[in-house]
Design a protein around this ligand. Structure first.
Ligand SMILES: NC(=O)C1=CN([C@@H]2O[C@H](COP(=O)(O)OP(=O)(O)OC[C@H]3O[C@@H](n4cnc5c(N)ncnc54)[C@H](OP(=O)(O)O)[C@@H]3O)[C@@H](O)[C@H]2O)C=CC1
Ligand SMILES: O=C(O)C1=N[C@H](C(=O)O)C[C@H](O)C1
Length: 278
């Protein structure tokens, strides 16, 4: 049953690991309706999004790869709230998807990682000009927001820190979007970390991980059996302080995704990070 406060949602990447979770969460949300399910994978075209997501009843929403007609269809719906596109696709696709959605007046809620700083800046300019909300959220779990807050606090007292992120081996991008965001948050503290203690030589390139903001290093592990995990390790004379977040099920991201869908119509520009809308 829909009414004027119902939010129409398109899920992009609907056949993927995250897309299927989002389909289930949206289908169960009383204030949302799934209006479109997009995915480019040929083997899933035409399948019912609900059945693919493991729901007991079909949602009568077939998977399609036709992004622009879908955006136009939802943009033309005048009896409901403005449309939202949730994107969990691929680092190579997300930039174009977001531009297209904004061009149609559909608000993007983006979980896909791997956007470059230049792409992020360009999308921020585009959203600003269109006066359209756009949420880019590297990690939708509350546990990661809390870990990052604890890391920012610890960084006031520790000068040495390294980040290890561990993920399943189907992940396309490295380092993870979350690790990059964590390093950025620490870098915003305005100090240089890890002052060199000796002259280091990497005997094998990459042995010391990737050097990102303000001297912070990120190490990426990819293994079957993992889902998504991150450690931020602070060191000082005689002590180690380790923060760790582990996910055991992708449902952990759904409260954050639903919150973003509900909040995005209050925004008129691009906002980066779940912590900004909590
Ligand atoms: N922000 C967060 O909290 C989280 C973010 N992520 C991120 O979300 C993204 C997706 O992750 P995950 O679900 O695990 O990945 P999957 O590979 O399981 O799913 C992605 C799906 O998108 C499809 N796809 C690829 N390109 C397009 C396109 N142009 N248009 C529509 N569909 C497309 C893929 O099809 P095919 O397989 O045929 O390529 C696949 O079905 C990653 O960037 C990941 O890092 C993941 C978890 C949490
Ligand atoms: O690919 C994943 O799985 C995840 N990707 C995001 C990232 O790159 O940070 C979020 C989470 O780590 C899971």
């Amino acid at each position: 049953m829909t009414n004027q406060s119902t939010i129409p949602v398109i899920v992009n990447g609907a056949a993927g690991k995250m897309g299927r979770e989002v389909i289930k969460a949206v289908a169960q949300a009383p204030d949302m309706i799934l209006m479109g399910a997009l995915d480019t994978s040929p083997e899933h075209q035409g399948k019912d999004a609900g059945e693919l997501a493991g729901l007991s009843e079909p949602l009568e929403v077939p998977i399609t790869n036709q992004l622009e007609p879908m955006l136009g269809y939802v943009a033309g719906e005048r009896q409901l709230q403005p449309g939202v596109m949730v994107d969990f696709t691929h680092p190579d696709a997300v930039y174009d998807n977001v531009r297209s959605a904004i061009a149609y007046g559909i608000r993007p809620v983006v979980g896909t990682t791997g956007l470059s700083p230049e792409q992020l800046k360009d999308l921020a300019d585009f959203a600003e000009k269109a006066s359209t909300g756009c949420l880019i959220i590297p990690n939708f779990s509350i546990g990661m927001v809390l870990l990052q807050q604890a890391a920012v606090t610890a960084s006031q007292y520790f000068d040495h820190v390294e980040i290890i992120e561990l993920h399943h081996n189907q992940k396309a991008d490295a380092p993870s979007g979350t690790a990059i965001q964590t390093a950025q948050l620490l870098a915003e503290m305005g100090k240089a970390f890890n002052p060199p203690q000796v002259e280091e030589t990497e005997k094998i390139p990459g042995a010391r991980g990737s050097l990102v903001d303000e001297g912070i290093r990120i190490h990426s592990v990819r293994l079957p059996g993992l889902i998504a995990h991150q450690e931020v390790i602070f060191g000082a004379a005689g002590q180690i302080y380790t923060l760790r977040h582990d996910t055991s099920d992708r449902s952990c991201y759904m409260p954050g995704v639903l919150l973003a869908i509900r909040k995005i119509n209050q925004l008129k520009s691009l906002v980066y990070g779940l912590e900004k809308i909590l």
